[in-house]
Design a protein around this ligand. Structure first.
Ligand code: 13P
Ligand code: SF4
Length: 369
């Protein structure tokens, strides 16, 4: 379901305008009051890409994998105000108990990559691919996908994947079946499989719009089928960006997220999830130089936290992930005040039958690591 439909179909509502007129100080005080009142009954997870004004209230910060794990472990919170994007809040809802209420402070906080694979397209792809390859394919889905796509994956023997554990899950999947269908991010799929030694010549691309498999060679050689989806934020880092920073300063280290294109990952010195990027720079020598290819809120936070290192965005014209940025101080306050009034908005409630199969995919991933 698209985010526009979600806004129309759920109790999401829109934040009243008067919240925009409040001062930051007023909003901070009101949020702190609610956090104090609810204590452990209210849990606020915050993804690394969230703005500082939101992250300051997070009870846990992390990448997608860490946030899925903390949601699953949390048994005390009655309300989880998820500061991230829609697929992350869905994951939290599915991994927590039925009584725990998960809310997304702004239902417009979607993920354009997750929207690149819907169920109709996926069913058509599966029919055609199983016609070509028979029962030799296992689906894997990046967590940046809808609950329905995770459920499809779980039903067909597959698992979800995050950028932190993609290598382990792809390795496992290849012990289960001859081929993988990797949704919806072609770049994470390609980068991960290549790192595991699978040549590009054994990877095909499924185009969900043209409904066809793009491959140049003997079709039976295909090992990895990459769904033609991408992250519009990470695709903005280019080979030219890397050449520019390296020409200016040959000592600079380039580190990028694996949602970047294969050419960019190949030319970089390091690649990894948001957690890996943070850990690598934390452990780096004072005085070391870094060009970072990921979302701007995180890059700016890393810059602020490391005055002893020279850090910059790999693309100087980069802008933040606009949907992540939908969650801001006014929306967080509004969301918490709605909870406090007993009228929570933006409640994420994944249907039971979808949850059952999607949790199969999520639990397979979590048990592998
Ligand atoms: P991480 O899994 O690294 O947190 O990334 C999530 C994401 O949305 C990246 O664009
Ligand atoms: Fe989705 Fe890209 Fe934003 Fe991550 S950065 S939430 S993949 S649009």
């Amino acid at each position: 379901m698209s985010i526009l439909n979600l806004i129309n179909d759920t109790n999401a509502g829109m934040m009243p305008d008067h919240y925009k007129e409040l001062t930051d100080e007023e909003m901070v005080q009101r949020i702190l009051r609610i956090k104090k009142k609810y204590g452990e009954k209210l849990f606020i997870p915050g993804h690394h890409y969230q703005k500082d004004e939101v992250i300051q209230f997070a009870d846990a910060t992390g990448d997608s994998l860490q946030l899925a794990q903390v949601a699953q472990r949390n048994k005390k919170a009655e309300y989880i105000a998820f500061c991230g994007v829609h697929f992350m809040a869905e994951t939290a809802d599915m991994l927590t108990s039925e009584e725990q209420v998960v809310v997304l402070p702004d239902m417009r906080a979607g993920c354009s990559m997750a929207d690149m694979a819907n169920m109709q397209q996926t069913n058509r792809a599966w029919d055609e691919l199983t016609r070509i390859f028979g029962n030799t394919i296992i689906p894997l889905t990046y967590v940046n996908s809808t609950a329905e796509i995770k459920a499809f994956t779980g039903r067909n023997g597959g698992a979800s994947v995050t950028s932190s554990n993609a290598s382990r899950i792809v390795t496992w999947a290849l012990t289960q079946k001859e081929r993988i269908l990797f949704l919806p991010d072609q770049h994470l799929g390609r980068n991960t499989a290549y790192e595991l030694g699978i040549p590009l010549s054994r990877m095909a691309v499924w185009d969900p719009i043209a409904e066809k498999l793009v491959y140049d060679g003997d079709i039976q050689d295909v090992k990895i089928i990459l769904w033609k989806g991408h992250c519009s934020v990470h695709e903005k880092f280019t080979v030219a960006n890397i050449k520019n920073v390296k020409e200016r300063d040959p000592d600079i280290n380039v580190i990028v997220h694996p949602e970047c294109t294969h050419e960019v990952v190949m030319l970089s010195d390091f690649s990894g999830s948001t957690k890996k990027i943070i850990d690598t720079i934390n452990e780096a020598e004072p005085g070391s130089k870094w060009a970072v290819g990921t979302e701007m809120n995180l890059v700016q936070r890393i810059i602020n936290e490391h005055p002893d290192k020279q850090i910059e965005s790999l693309n100087p014209d980069m802008c933040p992930c606009l949907t992540m940025n939908r969650i801001d101080l006014p929306h967080l306050l509004w969301s918490l005040e709605q909870i406090d009034k007993g009228e929570p908005t933006g409640v994420i409630n994944v249907e039971k039958d979808i949850t059952k199969d999607a949790v199969t995919a999520l639990n397979r991933m979590l048990s592998i690591g």
